[in-house]
Ligand binder design. Structure first.
Ligand SMILES: N[C@@H](CCC(=O)N[C@@H](CS)C(=O)NCC(=O)O)C(=O)O
Length: 215
């Protein structure tokens, strides 16, 4: 079987897959999307135009959560999701809350980076909505060291890269200096999980990639 993993290390969605692969001990090298993400050339690979995607024997599989679950099914050991049905559903819930309510609302900021064409209202809404999403996460997350239980799971693979964005981005665009203030469980989790060597490695790679583009 041939797997091609398209991505760049500045994307929280890509690094979710990279972290899952690393936790499983899989060698999954990253290939930059041909022509860049969103390009016509890359759309020929992934019709969604987004990174990450995984080509499996030439057939594309997009969407970070779907790819992570596929890798977890393909290589069941070590399992990155609990077997108990409710615990498994709650694991996916954490990833979905982080995606839908925290990360996705932040995305308009990255479409408004150019100060010449920036829509300040869109930025203010993005910051407010993303931080409000943290309150939703606060309702479900455990205070650490892992998002669920005492080992890293797919929920951590989603949360670690997204929380780095939450820590860095809103303060750069008018949000409070500490994005986690008033969210003690998320704050405690964020402190605790950074001590894990796999999480720390992923965060170091992301920080280097983000610094290279001015974040
Ligand atoms: N829901 C997708 C989101 C992926 C995503 O938005 N990736 C961004 C980079 S961080 C992208 O490729 N954007 C390009 C575009 O939207 O054209 C996932 O989980 O994989």
């Amino acid at each position: 079987m041939s797997l091609v993993f398209y991505g760049l290390p500045l994307s929280p969605f890509v690094m979710r897959v990279a972290m899952a692969a690393r936790l499983k001990g899989l060698d999954l090298p990253m290939t930059p999307p041909p022509g860049g993400f969103g390009s016509e050339e890359y759309r020929k690979v992934n019709p969604l135009g987004k990174i990450p995607s995984l080509e499996i024997d030439g057939r594309v599989l997009p969407e970070s959560e779907v790819i992570c679950e596929y890798l977890d099914d393909l290589h069941p050991t070590p399992a990155l999701r609990p077997a108990d049905p409710e615990a498994r559903a709650r694991n996916r819930l954490l990833s979905r809350v982080a995606d839908i309510y925290v990360m996705n609302p932040m995305l308009p900021i990255f479409r408004n980076l150019d100060p010449a064409t920036r829509d300040p209202a869109a930025i203010a809404t993005a910051v407010a909505d993303s931080l409000a999403g943290l309150d939703k996460l606060e309702a479900f997350i455990q205070p650490g060291p892992c998002a669920q239980g005492d080992t890293l799971t797919l929920a951590d693979c989603a949360l670690v890269p997204i929380l780095l964005f939450v820590e860095k981005v809103p303060p750069m665009f008018g949000g409070p200096a500490d994005s986690f203030a008033g969210r003690p469980k998320v704050a405690a989790y964020w402190q605790a999980v950074q001590a894990n060597p796999v999480a720390a490695g992923i965060l170091a790679e992301m920080k280097a990639a983000l610094a290279a583009v001015g974040f």
